[in-house]
Structures are given as C-alpha cells and as structure tokens.
Design a protein around this ligand. Structure first.
Ligand code: PMP
Length: 475
C-alpha cells in the first residue's frame, strides 16, 4: 500500500518548487502519480497499471525494477559505493572490459570513459575530437538533440531547446537527411516507384538519391567552414533521430558523410544515446545499422536501466592525444555502484534476449502502425526500427501539414486515460514516440494498436474535445 505524498501534495510542490520549464510543456492535462514499476508497466498510487511505451524516454531498457539489476546495485552498495577512480577498484575494470567486448571487432573502439549523462558524454566527445585534430569546428545535424550543457545546446538545433544565452562557438549544423520532412526522399526514387523512404527509409542507395543530395549539402557546408580544405574537428550524428521522433536518416548518408568528414581532417562521432544496446533489434549499435565505423561513440539512457550513467568510447589514438592534451577527471563517472548497475544491465539485455525481442515486438508494432496509417487520414507517417518508433500526425495526408500540438495532446490524453503512456516529439511536436522497455510483449503491442484504433476513430468522429487543449481558443 502506498503511503507517500498524495497527488495533490505533489502537484502543489511541483507548481512552486520544481524546475518549471519542463512541466509547462503540459504533457498530460491530468497527470498520473507514479509510485511503482515492474517490467514494462508503471503503477499509480491507487495501483492502476499503465503500459509504459516511453520507458523514461528510452532509458529503462531491461524493464522497471529489474531483479538482477537491483540486486547488483544493492550488493555493490553494501560493499563499497565509491572509491574515486584515482584508486584501482574492481568494478569499473570488469565493466569496461564487458563494454569493449560489445564493440564490433573491426571498429578500433577500445577505450571507454564513463560519466553521468548523455550531455557530459557529448561534451567529452567534442573535447576529444578537438584535442586529437587540433581543430575547433564541430558540425552536427540540424534536426538532432545532443544534450543540455552549454556546448550541447549550441549543437542542438531544435528550436524548442535553444536559449538566447547559449555560447555558440565553433559549432554549426548541416541539413538533416530526413526523408519524410526534408527536401529529398519522396521524389528521388530513380525507378519512379512510390518512395519507400516515406515510411521506413530502407530504400537501397541505388534507387534513392536522397543520401547523395544531403551529403552534398554537408560538403558544401564544410567548403565554407574550412576555407583551406582542412579545419574540421568532428561531425556528430545520431544513430536515428531521437527527439525528432525516430527520424530515419536516408540510407547511405552516413557512409558518404563519414568520408567527407575525413577529407576535411575531422573525426566521426555517433551519438548512440537513444539507439544503443540492441534497441534497433538487428544491431547492438546504430552505427552498425548504418554500416559505418565512428571514431567516437557516446551512449547514455539505456546503459544503466535508469541508473544515471553514460559513456564515450574511442580509439587508442584519440585517447592518447586526449591524455596528452590535459587531465580529464569525472568524480562519479563509472564509480563502483554505477559500474555495477551498468554491468548488470548489459548482462540483463543479453540474458533476457532483449535485442531479439526488440526486433520481434518492434515489427508487430510497426505492422499495426502501418495499418493505422492506411486507415486514418491524420496519421501521416509511421517509422522506426526495433523498439525505436514514431508516428507523425498531420492535418491531412493531402497537405502533410503538421497537426497542431494541442490536437495531438488531446489524443495523447485519451490514450493515457485508456492505460498507455507515449512519448512526444518531432520538429513540430506532432509525433508520438514509442520507445518502451525492451521487455515489452507482443500482447502489449496488440493492446496498443487496439487502443489507438479506438482513440483515432473517436478523434476522426469529433468525439474528442480537442478545443479543451487549445492554448489559444477562438473567442
Ligand atoms: N543525445 C541524445 C540523442 C539524447 O536523446 C539525449 C537526451 N534526450 C542526450 C544526448 C542528452 O542526454 P542527457 O539528458 O542524459 O544529458
């Protein structure tokens, strides 16, 4: 029985004292209070069960309150929680070795730095790229999110996260290879067939020019940025757009972009914060799916099943240059408890067969989403791979104009009332994001499609009061 703060008490404290920016972006009108979780489910203070398709924004990888992960954390806490990484302690070494074993053998990614958040990991990656190359310029993709530190906010080009005060130094963005909302994708299939990329971007590069067109944009950007032909420190991309709602980069783009990076003197960084640890179903890492080998990868979220933990992994050459450039230190990064949590999560993902489950259940979800896309005019796109998926809402397929966020919020609220928690995202905040704990089942997928079918029909029939969610109602 739950005996903590009541929902009303939590709401009062939240309104007065909890960082306001996030909850002003009304997620749910009537917020549930979550007090427990197990596997893919969360429970409110009255024991009502919700299917968590958001997984703490793609973070709870092996499932809420996972027995083996919890046991490993408790065991380590009872031995020694923190010794500082200056001393030799056993867990970080056991964990580092296990992590490096997860890198493809032909990758040369063999030195790991643990830290506490994805933002820190990306800061570190940029620092290493600059130390190694001696150049300052970092280039990212226009529709990508990389974190909330000063440097990462500057790198993140999504308008929602920009701040007037961020220092934008030597960071710029090239066009995102977005086959659904970008310039190229739909009309460039050479065989004249309806574009597959509109849905999954699994088109072979030989029938789609998208990747080449976006790569040309990147090359043009660098020609302006590096007048002498060199001067790039690093290029950073995501394994698949996370905050942009499973944006699937045109197939083949990264291969072309990685060569361009090298020709301008830079290193390639892949942000695996959302795509790592088997979530894509067929590959452990997003870069493997794209068939490239980055010089640095960063990861967070799924890495610790909810425990604050992150990392950057790089090559011995870059690590050596970085060590020679200056000292780098992180108090908590990879401390004994964090390492125990990470190691147990790594093991749980393997022991529970979660990569394979992501593939199987992800396919079932996508089948259902495609059925809904064909049935409903307001479902413009559904996409993704494994358990990294999204559904994009439009006013109508005839225009593909993004559905206003408040209307989507009304749909989101109704799905929540029927027991399903979804993420929100996309450049126009008009997408559902589906990134559940990787232990989600086929039955959960079928239940989700049933609920969505019911809610979308209600929306289509005007039975959902969308105006109640309109921040600027007609007078
Ligand atoms: N990179 C990506 C792709 C992310 O999605 C996020 C967080 N949403 C980050 C980096 C930053 O991670 P953190 O919030 O742990 O700093």
């Amino acid at each position: 029985k739950y005996e903590g703060l009541s929902k009303d008490e939590c709401k009062k404290i939240r309104a007065a004292h909890v960082a306001p920016a996030v909850h002003r972006q009304t997620f749910h009108k009537e917020q549930p209070l979550f007090v427990a979780g197990k596997g893919q489910y969360l429970f409110d203070e009255n024991g009502v069960r919700y299917l968590d398709l958001m997984g703490g924004i793609c973070t709870v990888s092996a499932g809420h309150a996972h027995d083996a992960v919890n046991a490993a954390i408790t065991d380590q806490m009872s031995r020694v929680s923190h010794t500082s990484n200056i001393f030799l302690h056993n867990k970080i070494h056991e964990y580092s070795k296990a992590m490096i074993d997860k890198m493809p053998k032909d990758s040369n990614l063999s030195v790991v730095y643990f830290c506490n958040s994805g933002s820190e990991a990306n800061d570190l990656a940029m620092l290493m790229a600059r130390a190694y190359t001696g150049y300052l310029n970092i280039v990212g993709l226009r529709r990508a999110y990389h974190g909330a530190s000063a440097t990462n906010i500057a790198l993140t080009a999504m308008p929602l996260y920009r701040h007037a005060s961020m220092p934008i130094t030597n960071v710029s963005q090239t066009m995102s290879p977005d086959p659904y909302r970008g310039l190229w994708g739909g009309s460039h299939c050479r065989d004249g067939s309806p574009c597959q990329t509109l849905r999954s971007c699994d088109c072979a590069p030989d029938v789609c020019d998208g990747a080449e067109m976006y790569a040309q944009q990147y090359r043009d950007h660098l020609l302006t940025l590096c007048p002498g032909g060199k001067g790039l420190a690093g290029f950073i991309g995501e394994g698949m757009g996370g905050m942009t709602a499973a944006m699937m980069q045109s197939k083949g783009f990264y291969k072309k972009a990685y060569e361009i990076t090298k020709s301008f003197g830079g290193v390639n960084i892949m942000d695996e914060v959302q795509t790592g640890f088997g979530r894509l179903g067929t590959h452990y890492w997003g870069f493997e799916y794209h068939g490239v080998r980055p010089d640095i990868i960063t990861a967070a979220k799924s890495i610790g099943n909810g425990f604050p933990l992150a990392m950057a992994v790089t090559t011995p050459e870059i690590a050596e240059a970085f060590a020679n450039s200056s000292l780098h230190f992180n108090t908590f990064g990879g401390n004994a408890v964090a390492s125990a949590a990470g190691l147990a999560t790594l093991k749980a993902i393997d022991d529970d067969g979660l990569m394979e489950n992501s593939r199987i259940v992800g396919n079932r979800f996508l089948e259902g989403f495609n059925y809904l896309r064909e049935k409903y005019d307001h479902v413009g796109d559904c996409r993704g791979k494994g358990l990294m998926m999204a559904m994009e809402f439009v006013e109508s397929k005839s225009t593909n104009n993004p559905m206003p966020t408040y209307k989507m919020n009304a749909i989101l609220e109704r799905t929540k009332d029927l027991g399903i928690l979804l993420g929100k995202g996309g450049l126009y905040a008009n997408c559902f994001r589906i990134q559940p704990p990787m232990c989600v089942s086929l039955e959960d997928a079928d239940f989700t499609i049933l609920v969505m079918d019911k809610v979308f029909a209600e929306y289509q029939e005007g039975k959902i009061d969308v105006e109640a969610f309109n921040p600027n109602p007609a007078k």
